[in-house]
Design a protein around this ligand. Structure first.
Ligand SMILES: C[S@@+](CC[C@H](N)C(=O)[O-])C[C@H]1O[C@@H](n2cnc3c(N)ncnc32)[C@H](O)[C@@H]1O
Ligand code: SF4
Ligand code: SF4
Length: 307
């Protein structure tokens, strides 16, 4: 076969994202999802979110490998949509990186990834969770978490995205999951759209402060179970948070990869979409990365569920 035709048989290389090193990256392996959570940014208009897979497995594996080598990516977070709708691809791609983790809705079971982090989303106790994630989802996820092999070495954490709506339930949530076989419970806060005025978004960060204080109290009450850092939570209070968002967002040191309409990787403005309101950003990981940066370590997308 001529060299030209051999080359055209190889998957295409990814676009040029410049010469910069990105020790941490995240990839939305698909926009498909079996749930339609009310708070989810995936369904926002400004995202490249037509619900189909626009890049096949071989191309994605090749492109992730090339990007790893170009940008020195050490840690990769596999997200979606629901990444477990492409389980085989995700498990294969995880082996490309020194450190990788998965954020999943847990409805396809908990993947076994020894030594790696699987973050399972639940947004409150049964009733509050199901109002956001859909009827029966809490029970399915509980069964999956309780049914997994705890000895397989996978690090499993629960993650609740706190909105104004589900915020009254955070203490009950921790009570309910306290005896589950997990390595911790993490919290992050809602990231609204610009101008959003909804039941889920706090109008001001001052209003959100009392919930941040309640997460601090939970950390103090359940120091081993609640995976949050009090110093990070204090950075999220209204008197401080403005200094760490927008142009100064620590996530700018990270590469968020989406598959755009043309079937090629695109870098979005933010991993929460293109039309976010940075001034009301509730991403715990952004603030946690500031604290880690202060200590000379790398901000990473896996920090949402670590303290
Ligand atoms: C987009 S989901 C993708 C992975 C998987 N489908 C899941 O639900 O975990 C990743 C995380 O983002 C959170 N999330 C979605 N929309 C959000 C928003 N507007 N603000 C804050 N967190 C959000 C979800 O609750 C979930 O924990
Ligand atoms: S399961 Fe995840 S991706 Fe799917 S709608 Fe819910 S938050 Fe969004
Ligand atoms: S909304 Fe996105 S870009 Fe803005 S501060 Fe938060 S994570 Fe960073």
């Amino acid at each position: 076969m001529a060299i030209d035709s051999l080359q055209s048989a190889l998957p295409p290389d990814p676009p040029d994202f410049g010469p910069r090193e990105f020790p941490a990256a995240l990839v939305n392996v698909t926009n498909r999802c079996n749930l339609k959570c009310t708070h989810c940014f995936i369904y926002r208009d400004a995202n490249p979110n037509a619900s189909i897979d626009k890049m096949d497995d071989a191309t994605m594996l090749h492109q992730l490998e090339v990007l790893r080598d170009r940008h020195g990516i050490k840690s990769m977070l596999f997200m979606g949509g629901e990444p477990m709708v492409r389980r085989k691809l995700v498990l294969a791609a995880m082996s490309l990186f020194e450190d990788s983790s998965i954020a999943t809705n847990g409805t396809y079971g908990i993947p076994s990834t020894p030594g790696r982090l699987v973050s399972v989303s639940l947004d409150g106790p049964s009733e509050e969770n199901d109002a956001i994630r859909g009827q029966g989802v809490f029970e399915r996820v509980e069964q999956a978490v309780r049914g997994r092999d705890r000895e397989d070495g996978t690090i499993v954490m629960l993650q609740m995205a706190i909105t104004k709506e589900n915020s009254p339930s955070i203490e009950r949530f921790v009570d309910v999951v306290a005896d589950w076989p997990v390595d911790g419970v993490a919290f992050t806060f809602y990231v609204p759209r610009k101008g959003e005025c909804s039941g889920q978004a706090w109008e001001t960060n001052q209003e959100r402060d009392e919930v941040v204080e309640r997460v601090i109290a939970l950390k103090e009450a359940y120091p081993d179970l609640v995976r949050a850092n009090v110093a990070t939570l204090r950075l999220m209070k209204s008197d401080q948070c403005g200094a760490y968002v927008g142009d100064r967002c620590a996530f700018k040191a990270m590469l968020p990869l989406y598959v755009g309409d043309g079937g090629v990787f695109e870098r979005t403005f933010c991993c929460y979409g293109n039309d976010v309101d940075c001034n009301r950003c509730g991403a715990y990981a952004v603030f946690n990365a500031v604290r880690h940066r202060g200590r000379g370590s790398t901000p990473g997308p896996t920090t949402p569920v670590s303290d």
